[in-house]
Design a binder for this molecule. Sequence first.
Ligand SMILES: Nc1ncnc2c1ncn2[C@@H]1O[C@H](COP(=O)(O)OP(=O)(O)OP(=O)(O)O)[C@@H](O)[C@H]1O
Ligand SMILES: [Zn+2]
Length: 499
Amino acid sequence: MTDTPLKLFNSLTRELEEFTPVHPGEARVYSCGPTVYNYPHIGNMRAYVFADVLGRTLSWKGYKLTHIINITDVGHLTDDGDAGEDKMEKMAAANAQSIWDIARHYTEAFWADVKALNIREPAKWSVATDYIDEMIDFAKGIADQHCYELDSGLYFDVSTVADYGRLARAVTEEGEGRIETVVGKRNAADFAIWRKTPAGETRQMEWDSPWGKGAPGWHLECSVMGEKLLGFPFDIHTGGIDHREIHHPNEIAQNQAFCGCGGLSEATNSGAKIWMHNNFLVERSGKMSKSSGEFLRLQLLVDKGYHPLAYRMMCLQAHYRSELEFSWDGLGAALTRLKRIVMAVENLKARHAELGSASISLPAQWTLKQVQGDGMGMFRDLFVTFDEAMSDDLNTPIALTLLEQVLAKKKVSPEKKLEVVSAMDSIFGLDLLNLTRTDLRIRPRDAAITEDEIEAELLRRKQARAAKDFATSDAIRDSLAAAGVEVMDGDPLGWEWKL
Ligand SMILES: Nc1ncnc2c1ncn2[C@@H]1O[C@H](COP(=O)(O)OP(=O)(O)OP(=O)(O)O)[C@@H](O)[C@H]1O
Ligand SMILES: [Zn+2]
């Protein structure tokens, strides 16, 4: 079994490129983290499911992964194009709360979603406000050659770096279609790397700097944390596709400036070699946003009876570069698919136990080398195809169908199949060896009936049917229906009821 080279789509070149690590055997990845002014919506979480699958694939390929995800607790304005208010300050003012409390609360809410979605912990969650000194140093290093000061702050002059905005393309082709809100900017696309607190005002978050009291710009934060924690150049930088237009071009411009001033090649050094972007999760009405009517948080899905991993399955069913439209039907279909797989795995575990075999110990994260070493018998070719799919810019939709092919194979020992499922799940992260059908049967929050009551009623109905008392059996069915429970006779999954 040969290794297929890992190819990833680089937004910088708009081409698939073979992954060749900067440091042999290692993969260093930085993902733009959430701005913790509100709960994440499930669209935000798509960005971290994607980054997680990327990280798992790099581990699968045998690279020692260092993944950094930051927490933006200062500096992100309501408009990415350098206008508006700081999102954190605005939320704190609206709630008359301290920014630090807001940041703590929403960071914890984000981490809860990360855990529920079985996203692996990064090597570090880097918090922006922990790096203020480093941000000031970085800005000092590039200020003379690349920045100018206005009353409102220190601005980056985008004309001082080669080929500004090449990542965004559309923006440059349209002649930098940015909002020009600050008087005195040299170019429309120039952006503040340090924002001074306006005279006579105080902010909850502000620090002294050579350019006066103020706060760092959002773009500066990611440049600095990437450089400090991973070193330039590192391998891969990820984010949602909106970052391709403003945030990442600005990060790249700062990185070029930093490398130029530091004696590294300014023209070619973008900080990271590969820039990857997940497409949006959209609602029929457009891009999912925190301000839209029904706020689609992961918890809302759970309240309606959908397990968080059904949402992860929904993400995996689409390629990360395609737009994914959210619908409750789509989520329901993903849940059904997950149930089928989980029930098949439960059957395998039961058969394995019946055979009286010893419990099997399986690695939490498999590598391709381990699979190759194991041989995998009749699944060898399937694994070649599986590895090809994941090596082809993380083609999870194809890889999922291969998992189902494994489960459908006849005349294989349950032990072998469990091993194969475990190896493939190292990439899917669906927790398939632990998840049970009971876990997946979440009672919607507004349901008026408990599981025990449902089970008791169903037992009574079974007895009535056995006694050919169809009147009673139908009456029970109707009363369950009135309580919102659909009895599913003959469901191929053996799922007796759903709410
Ligand atoms: N609908 C979406 N689908 C996929 N990824 C998204 C979506 N919306 C935002 N993202 C990504 O989620 C990550 C976290 O974003 P962040 O917390 O900065 O959100 P935001 O921009 O404040 O939220 P909003 O969606 O309300 O604009 C970023 O990588 C961003 O690109
Ligand atoms: Zn960022």
